[in-house]
Design a protein around this ligand. Structure first.
Ligand code: NAD
Length: 494
């Protein structure tokens, strides 16, 4: 199918890649500027995309505001929103092969993973929020006796800007658009400039589903222009962002200095896994390998810091190294590939820079640490670094690549201290056969998600988000829907 995409260019590619979608119409950018993307597995130019200007953002906001005031936020009942979201999910599912190919082509992930994880989870997310759309209920508060009472309404926030990264372009789209539409908000979506392809295709499918004009608009563009125009717009009510801490800070400032719009931030991580002596080394290594090498390590909750108790250290490192060497690294179009290239040459060089710095400071590369370069793609092999010190860059900073750093510990207290010694707090894991220990340690870990004897499993029903500098607010679950509503208390006297 990739071959088909390359050689035949599906209709929507030829029609729409140089455009943006506003008010249910495909149009070019107001200043005709474009930007290009690159195939990460070959380093070759992929396609040109329209670059939405601040004026284009302004126009989209006007359409969204109109839709919010007249249709989506007003006359379209919750059950109708649910029906449209379900129809959209059905159309996505029917287009699974095309979506998987496009996601794989644009982001470099293996096509089977794109099909079985990214598309399937995105469809499940939309269906989950379709199911919640008509279950947003307020309270009746009998505070004053029989002739006065208070009731609460959970109203949609309004026009929401959504800015997403390149590591899961389709899934992040679904995580944001699903709850916002279910709550009755209208969205202006800015995909990453590295991976706008599937966001545009999803907009195409949304047109087919029949959402009213102005409800979903997709504006590809660069962060500093299109993204900043969204974050600082005076008539956007909320901005929901997933990406790096640096950009999250900028968006917070832009939101605060414009109209004080509401902000949710899903940011980075440097997530620790603690392995105690009672854990099974082979099973643990399976989870650790998934935790660090899924999506080639380009995962906000990647288990990138590993702390192993001394009694089991050698066995765990040996088992993990064996899994790194056995990773199915390959071309994204190959069904067997589970480990693809990094997104860009810049990302590859950044990751290799961390590895060089670790080596120069006395750490050992137990496996990997190299380019895998049969075709000028941006591959870095699965890497395990041992003999690290707590103040090394590779231990402190988010690498966002396939690199895990390993340290030894003796006591539970020491392990908890090491795990929490970071400005991040997105995720953490504990491996032990002692249930009392897992309860104690998970309670002490400063992280929004804690896995016990597992890693990397996220579920649409469970809230996801960060402690400390890993973010503000929660996505997924009922919390994810609440994040797109605001509560009104009506004090009613008879
Ligand atoms: P990034 O912050 O560079 O970019 C993310 C998005 O923000 C892109 O769409 C970009 O165009 C936009 N942007 C950049 N500058 C902007 C500005 N000044 N104003 C408005 N928008 C702007 O992040 P990335 O490199 O695309 O993604 C990697 C980062 O994302 C990592 O730090 C990773 O941990 C994080 N991430 C977090 C989660 C999570 O749920 N917590 C999920 C995936 C990725």
């Amino acid at each position: 199918f990739i071959g088909q995409v390359h050689s035949q260019r599906p209709q929507f590619l030829t029609n729409h890649i140089q455009q943006r979608n506003s008010n249910n119409k495909w149009t070019t950018s107001s200043d005709s500027q474009t930007f290009s993307t690159v195939d990460p597995s070959t380093g070759e130019k992929l396609l040109d995309f329209s670059h939405a200007t601040p004026e284009d953002v302004d126009t989209a906001v006007k359409y969204a505001r109109k839709a919010f005031k007249t249709t989506w936020g007003k006359t379209v009942a919750a059950t109708e929103r649910a029906a449209l979201l379900n129809k959209f999910a059905d159309i996505m599912e029917a287009n699974t092969e095309l979506l998987a190919e496009l996601e794989s082509w644009n982001s470099g992930k293996g096509v089977r993973i794109a099909r079985e994880a990214d598309v399937a989870d995105s469809v499940a997310c939309l269906r989950y929020y379709a199911g919640l759309a008509d279950k947003v209920h307020g309270q009746t508060i009998d505070a004053f006796g029989k002739d006065k009472f208070i009731y609460t309404l959970h109203e949609p926030i309004g026009v929401c800007g959504q800015i997403i990264p390149w590591n899961y372009p389709m899934l992040m789209w679904a995580w944001k658009v699903g709850p916002a539409l279910a709550a009755g908000c209208c969205v202006i979506m800015k995909p990453s400039e590295l991976t706008p392809l599937t966001a545009l295709k999803l907009c195409d499918l949304a047109l087919e589903a029949g959402f009213p004009a102005g409800v979903i608009q997709t504006l590809p563009g660069l962060g500093a222009t299109t993204g900043n125009a969204i974050a600082s717009h005076m008539d956007i009510d909320k901005v929901a962002f997933t990406g790096s801490v640096v950009t999250g800070r900028r968006i917070s400032v832009a939101a605060a200095q414009s109209n004080l719009k509401k902000v949710t931030l899903e940011l980075g991580g440097k997530s620790p896994a603690l392995v105690f002596n009672t854990a099974d080394p082979e099973e643990t290594a399976n989870w650790l390998a998934l935790g660090i090498w899924f999506n080639s390590g380009q995962d906000c909750c990647a288990g990138s810091r590993l702390y192993v108790q001394s009694g089991i250290y050698d066995k765990v490192v040996e088992a993990l190294v064996a899994r790194g060497k056995a990773s199915a690294i390959g071309k994204p179009s190959d069904e067997a590939t589970s480990f693809g290239p990094l997104i860009s040459a810049g990302q590859r060089d950044k990751v290799l820079g961390y590895i060089e710095d670790a080596k120069a400071n006395g750490a050992k590369i137990a496996t990997g640490g190299e380019k895998w370069d049969q075709s000028n793609g941006f591959y870095v092999t699965p890497t395990v670094i041992t003999d690290v010190k707590p103040d090394m860059k590779c231990v402190k900073e988010e690498i966002f690549g396939p690199v895990i750093v390993v340290s030894k510990f003796e006591t539970e207290e020491e392990a908890i201290h090491l795990a929490n010694d970071t400005t991040y707090g997105l995720a953490a894991a504990v491996f032990t056969n002692d249930a009392k220990q897992s309860m104690r340690v998970s309670g002490a870990l400063e992280a929004g998600t804690v896995w016990v004897n597992s890693y990397a499993l996220l579920h649409v029903q469970a809230p996801f988000g960060g402690f400390k500098q890993s973010g503000i607010g929660r996505e997924l679950g009922t919390y994810g829907l609440e994040a797109y509503t605001q509560v009104k208390a009506v004090h009613h006297a008879l």
